[in-house]
Design a protein around this ligand. Structure first.
Ligand code: DX5
Ligand code: ZN
Length: 231
């Protein structure tokens, strides 16, 4: 099953509550909340108070993507804010395994986010402590960037690693995930799509229309992939 989640940093912050309510009704699977510290990435977005204010308006999982230095210092803060899943950048901590264990011990799903140039070998000794991998398909920090083509290969290499090691770990892709890039990431093994200005936040259509169109597109992609595999 392919899961889709709006990247709320792309929303109009003046109507964030309504945006969450509308996307929940439209049938998204999770909400992706990008947290940036202006140091690990050159941008700032939302903090724990904003996330906490949105919590009452949906039961869908809050997937908090910590693009912050030393994320291990902030896990409790984002749990308290209502996170269900937290991904941390391997490039931002000296103690990845301990941080993932901490997230899991508190009952949340633990994720590792990889910057585009970071090799997947970084994950070798935490495969038993991780629930999902966030493949940054753009350089983190801003919406509206272009997909980095080598990331198709990275998704495929990840899938191969998980299959070879016998792990069932979700592969999330984050950055310029839209109609041009979804076929390739699906074909290579991604199953969680972070959807921003490239797919769900398009001024010319409503959120409801965008979700319906995207779900249909994904369905068709998977059907045509199935037909190709059966040939
Ligand atoms: C980039 C963010 C992405 C981004 C997705 O750092 O993590 O979630 O907002 O939006 P688009 O589709 O504009 O790349
Ligand atoms: Zn993100």
């Amino acid at each position: 099953m392919t899961l889709i989640g709006p990247s709320l940093m792309c929303a109009d912050m003046g109507v964030l509550k309504e945006t969450v309510i509308r996307f929940e009704k439209a049938g998204v699977d999770f909400f992706h909340l990008d947290v940036m510290d202006g140091s690990f990435v050159p941008n700032f977005t939302m903090g724990p108070d904003m996330i906490k204010s949105l919590r009452p308006y949906t039961n869908k999982p809050f997937d908090v993507h910590l693009m912050v230095k030393n994320p291990e210092n902030h896990i409790d803060t984002f749990i308290e804010a209502g996170a269900n899943m937290i991904s941390v950048h391997t490039e931002a901590t000296e103690h990845l395994q301990r941080t993932l264990q901490m997230i899991r011990d508190k009952g949340l799903k633990a994720g590792v986010a990889l910057n585009p140039s970071t090799p997947i070998e970084e994950l070798k000794y935490v495969l038993d402590t991780v629930d999902y991998i966030t493949v940054m398909t753009v350089n983190p920090g801003f919406a509206g960037q272009r997909f980095i083509p080598l990331m198709y290969q990275k998704v495929s290499d990840l899938k191969r690693m998980f299959d070879a090691e016998g792990y069932n770990i979700d592969i999330q892709v984050d950055g310029n995930i839209g109609y041009e890039t979804i076929p390739g990431v699906l074909e290579n093994g991604a199953n969680m799509l972070v959807c921003g200005t490239s797919s769900l936040f398009k001024p010319e259509i409503t959120f409801e229309e965008a979700v319906e169109k995207l779900k249909k597109f994904i369905e068709n992609q998977k059907l045509s992939q199935l037909e190709t595999n059966l040939k």
